[in-house]
Write a protein that binds this ligand. Sequence first.
Ligand code: RB5
Length: 147
Amino acid sequence: MIAIASDHGGFELKEDIKDFLNDAGYEFTDLGTNNNDSVDYPDYGIKLSRRVASQEFEKGILICGTGIGMSIVANKIPGIRAALLNDVFSARMSTEHNNANIIVIGGRVTGKGLARELVKAWLEATFEGGRHQKRLDKIAELERNLT
Ligand code: RB5
């Protein structure tokens, strides 16, 4: 199950990605925002990231204007591995090597066609484990030592 959220800067792209997810047969929950009115991206980034970290949702998609704000917020939440994506190779790698449980896209940066390709590549890839799991374990250990 996938969660998706945006601020006003990502609202339009969020709606298009929802159409893509629907057409591709993925189940998802939209956590807002629901229109173009100005909102604060941390509110939506924190809400979605917490619900992915708690494993209520397996994966999340966050969209703001550039993707930068949402990336900063999401990666503050222990257990979140958020990847800001601009190209399809990195989208695939974000799963294969990083097991990213959230991807972030810039609604004012990335066109709808590319955004769909990014989501598809991330969702269809498989985490390779092995040496990559060892590296993720080191990140998890860092998080444990911070709290
Ligand atoms: C909102 O104007 C904008 O700052 C936000 O969508 C995002 O780009 C922040 O990083």
